[in-house]
Design a protein around this ligand. Sequence first.
Ligand code: UDP
Length: 498
Amino acid sequence: MARLIDVEAPTTLSGYEAFVHLAPAVRELREAAQRLAPALAGRTLWMVSSTAQGGGVAEMLPTMIGLLNELGVTTRWFVIETERPEFFVLTKRIHNLIHGAGEPVLTAADRELFESVSAANAEALGPMLAHGDVLALHDPQPLGLAPLLRARADVRVLWRCHIGLDEELPQTRTAWDFLRPYADACERVVFSAPEYVPDWLEPRSTIIHPAIDPLGPKNHDLWVHRLTRVMMNSALVHADLGPVLTPRWEHVAGRLMPSGEFGPADANGDIGLLSRPIVTQISRWDRLKGFAPLLDAFALLKRRLDEGDLDDGDPIHRRRIELARLVLAGPDPASIQDDPEAREVVEQLRSAYLALPAAIQDDVALLTLPMASREQNALMVNALQRASSLVVQNSLREGFGLTIVEAMWKQIPVLSNQRACGPRHQIRDGVDGRLARDPEDVHELSTLLDAMLAAHAQREVWGLNAQRRAHADFLVFTQVRRWIELLHELVTDDAAST
Ligand code: UDP
């Protein structure tokens, strides 16, 4: 049944403070906690989610829980479980409906299933709760616990919804109608963007952006030797470069070859990550991530160069576009066997790649990153982002793109678009990078790629602005501070009402 998760905090506050550029943010967080945390003394904050592994919530919670505990907010992590796998099929359907996908139907039997699994988990968690504790339910899966536990123990309940769509559709209405009785039992709800909050929840809503851990393996600094070593160990650069300290990893990056097969990423010549201008998109293999139009736009950029359709008065810029390579990377398909859509997307990209002229194929690296070790996977993502002149997130829809923040933090300018809601909040067009009007307008994208690569002094400014913004708004310190403020508000309401 359900279980408590022992959290091993990856980094302590003083671990962060040791880095001169992080110390001011930690100081601010400590000050806020000193002011606000005493009001929370004697209460436990219970983070409740549906998995301890995989997905953004599970990735972020250990860091957050570690910091909250260190700052004096007693926090524990409870994961709901069930022996009825159909429960997770149902919650996946609800998840998709909130994103506007799927048949807009949820039945009385679905409700019965949702409520019976919620009741069993409420039975397990209920006896552990004490008067005044705070429950933070993450995403729709554990939301059914809200009315049950609120009625049984004197606890405050908030809901952290990490998903949303900036449009009302029959699908979203169906999902919200289903979830409303449970969300209504929550005193506060937290979303990632104001556009995602259904009207009836608005008066109780707060916006907190997702955040990254600047010292996690995906984002910590990689000085030049470490970066090179990660790339050599993972086959992202050719082993001929010279000897390295650590052996090649058991699971290395794969690259699609002109034969149509995947081989080790260094099997067919070097990608040029350490020397060429690199344009990168790293995402799950999801149609909505916009890989296909990005590949078309990059191929068009190369064709336009050949056809003299780019402003190539500057020979250095001409050379830059000649040398530029596109990296499209995502998780190894072997690790996503149960995800037919991902396989379909990889297949579609494979066909598009095979249809390209040989010279352009050379300039496109379709990479699969093994997931066997989360840490090695994260280091590969880190290294690829750091080796990029531009990071693209060409999503047709995006709640909040963590890959965007990861690039911003690394001072890499980002190209995304105005149609996706998350990127609109993350990137200020012309300040931190650029936003295309339409992620499916291949000509516009190729023009923007050309313009961003040409603007090399401006790229530095975009990168610096992006890093400053990531530092201010999208690091874990801001996120934890916002949580403590929210908890303080909840508890202050509590005091007022008793
Ligand atoms: N990611 C990863 N390995 C991969 C591909 C993606 O670790 O092979 C990570 C990526 O770095 C980011 C997350 O998966 O941290 C994706 O989050 P995002 O918000 O960009 O999109 P989502 O997948 O949640 O729609």
